[in-house]
Design a protein around this ligand. Sequence first.
Ligand code: ATP
Length: 369
Amino acid sequence: MAQVKLNHIYKRFGDVTAVSDFDLEIKDKEFLVLVGPSGCGKSTTLRMIAGLEEISEGKLYIGDRLVNDISPKDRDIAMVFQSYALYPHMSVYENMAFGLKLRRFGKEEIDARVKEAAKILDIEHLLDRKPKALSGGQRQRVALGRAIVREPQVFLMDEPLSNLDAKLRVQMRTEISKLHQRLETTVIYVTHDQTEAMTMGDRVVVMKDGVIQQVDTPDRIYHRPVNRFVAGFIGSPAMNFIDGRLVKEKGEVFFHAQNLNVKIPQGRVKTLQEKGYVGKDVVFGIRPEDLHDEPVFIEASTDSRVTLQVEIVENMGSEIYLYLKGITQDSIIARVKARNLFSPGSKVTLAFDMNKAHIFDKKTEETVF
Ligand code: ATP
């Protein structure tokens, strides 16, 4: 069994606490993604699992074995780095065989494993080439191959796709997911790219300042973020945040900010009342795709629509991103179907899908709903 257990783990570099109280059990065969902005501690966490960084406090188990003091080579893991770290003077075959040779595997066993991995990765025809004669994507495959031949219990990957161009990145993303299904091993994958996190992870860990913010399935991270940070980090374009106040009018509760006055659905009012938010300043959050320009929606939304000025129009082909002025200092973004023509300076009426809206505590930034 290749579950990985991090038990209240800390990493301190002098005064800097890079990772704080990381407490998580990664299941056998799970694809777990660590995501967060630069400096949030994701690489340090991965490096501690790999044994490349000492753990300051806490216990790390791989399978049932406490591995805090076990050297990297004896941890039964293989790591794939952002810089593929291939040996330039060795052929693809030799690069893949190298780790096995060091571990004193027999020639035949090495040959069988290298050829099997090359087949899986579709690089059989490249085995005699040197790394410099390979494309970026091919080099990445060799780096993966070098990890696969080890048949480790756990794969650790640190931004393995970030040196590839956008198209290749998308392709390799699905290949790594397929590889995971085929090899049935545990994968811990670090990225700052939220699309990679959302598309590849069985579960996603969102980190900030060395602290886990949320561990959940991609779907729950997207639809039920625990705080404003997670809500804003996951999703592109990002969620719109609007500072304002919840006010009571004629038995209903409205969110009010400048010329925006939108009604909170009845089903959610109770939560706000019980938690004492009515009459208080809060942060309102709504994703760009939850602002609608369809006439049917707008007609039905008399108490949740607003007319705004179009500042910028970004045509994405099937969709349009509208940057709108009028509510907050920053523009708010709507993501609408490319049915209508919009031009900067014109006015547009949009309806808020209030069942999809979020409210965050202004001070703690935690999600109210
Ligand atoms: P990135 O995406 O930029 O790689 P990250 O989330 O992987 O970022 P880490 O590399 O884990 O972040 O770094 C976390 C924090 O620890 C940062 O503040 C970083 O400056 C600090 N840090 C990392 N390694 C060291 C070190 N060897 N000595 C001192 N501080 C370090």
